[in-house]
Design a protein around this ligand. Structure first.
Ligand code: DGL
Length: 261
């Protein structure tokens, strides 16, 4: 099976990594719009235009399924990809992220004070898509959304454990840090799983939900027919190869995968 993974840049590699762990014999095509990242600070119409261009380019890649790993693109432009690539199955990350949060919520003892916190880019948070979808699944009002726009460039810089990232996150989540009942925080941005340790430090005792893992589990449940042979391949497409940061490259080299730019 040829699985396409789209992201605004390198962030979607966190999703790709989880997909490879779950589907170790498949062929992957990773498309990162590194020339236009970040999407999360742009307007909806700009994001939709960029996604339209990417969708036409992905149409030529003979995919069997496409995963929109980018939360911002999933929140703002999933319909654009679906329309241009029809009848290709296209999945965004909102549905798996929502299911993972709801599952976690239902596992914990009910407490009306427990908060669900969505962390994402400005555009994702502005769309309120996560709160709306979670409220459809569970009647619960303690849902907050917080954008952390400075986290993306810091993570791209490789500062995933740095005090600068920690104090930045601290500032973003300070309203929630002193909740009496530890809440559930969804990392609704492809970059954040790289810094999951930092998020856990600023929200100690909270349940941090990594949406990358949720996406892989969600795709597995779709019961596609999978390859029996061990022939994992990844084809890489970056709209600006020079903008691929060393952190992303190192991560994949450690998995034994080379990235030809
Ligand atoms: N890929 C984006 C997301 O998951 C984060 C980076 C960006 O702003 O483009 O929302």
């Amino acid at each position: 099976m040829k699985i396409g993974v789209f992201d605004s840049g390198i962030g979607g590699m966190t999703v790709l990594k989880e997909l490879i762990k779950t589907f170790p014999n498949e062929n992957f095509v990773y498309y990162g719009d590194t020339a236009n990242v970040p999407y999360g600070t742009k307007s909806s119409s700009q994001i939709r235009n960029l996604c339209q261009e990417a969708a036409y380019s992905l149409k030529t890649k003979n995919l069997d399924v496409l995963v929109i790993a980018c939360n911002t693109a999933s929140a703002i432009a999933l319909d654009v990809f679906k329309k241009i690539l029809f009848p290709l199955p296209v999945f965004g990350v909102v549905e798996p992220g929502v299911s993972a949060v709801v599952e976690q919520f239902q596992k914990l003892p009910f407490d009306p004070q427990r908060r669900i916190l969505i962390l994402g880019t400005k555009a994702t948070i502005k769309s309120q898509i996560y709160s709306l979808e979670i409220r459809k699944a569970i009647a619960f009002n303690q849902i907050s959304e917080q954008s952390c726009p400075l986290a993306v460039p810091m993570i791209e810089e490789g500062w995933v454990n740095s005090p600068i990232l920690l104090s930045t996150l601290q500032e973003y989540v300070k309203t929630y840090q002193h909740d009496k009942i530890p809440g559930i925080a969804l990392l609704a941005c492809t970059h954040y799983p790289w810094a999951i340790g930092a998020f856990q430090k600023v929200l100690p005792n909270w349940n941090i939900v990594d949406s990358a893992k949720a996406v892989a589990e969600f795709l597995l449940r779709q019961q596609f027919s999978l390859s029996q042979k061990n022939d994992l391949t990844v084809q890489w497409f970056f709209t600006d190869p020079e903008a691929v940061t060393p952190m992303a490259l190192n991560d994949f080299q450690q998995m034994g995968l080379t990235i030809a730019l």
